[in-house]
Design a protein around this ligand. Sequence first.
Ligand code: PNS
Length: 159
Amino acid sequence: MRKAVCPGSFDPITNGHLDVIERASGLFDEVTIAVLVNSTKTGLFSIDERIAMAKDAASHLPNVRVDTWSGLLVDYCKTHDIRAIVKGLRAVSDFDYELQMAQMNLQLKGVDTLLMATKPAYSFLSSSLVREIARYGGDVSALVPSGVHKALKAKAGGN
Ligand code: PNS
């Protein structure tokens, strides 16, 4: 079985993430959305909230599951016999960061990373901008799955 993981903070999951996950689910037998901790970021949603939103957003994809892990991503991959990490690449500005992590993960445990070009329509989209726009009451309904939109309204007071 060909398995891949789509890792990230997913705080919250956006339509850009979901596009990459949907396309990965067509390429692999099983795709895991791994909600992980990025030690450089502070969160708006708890890990449990992020998992619930990711599960809801991916509920139409039968070969996609959602999980979490508090250690290294490569250890998750080894534990679950996953050989490929799939991440979205929005723009050149993502490249250095993603390449560095991809090469580190390859060095650490020989796990390969596939960088998937996002749809141009999502190249500007990030969870951090979504959080900020929602915090100031802006409309993010076109940028996130409907469950995330509801959760943002409840948490941050967005439109
Ligand atoms: O959505 P993000 O914040 O860009 O995703 C980054 C993430 C969570 C994938 C990365 O920080 C990660 O893999 N964290 C788990 C701990 C780990 O393995 N760190 C070493 C990365 S080379």
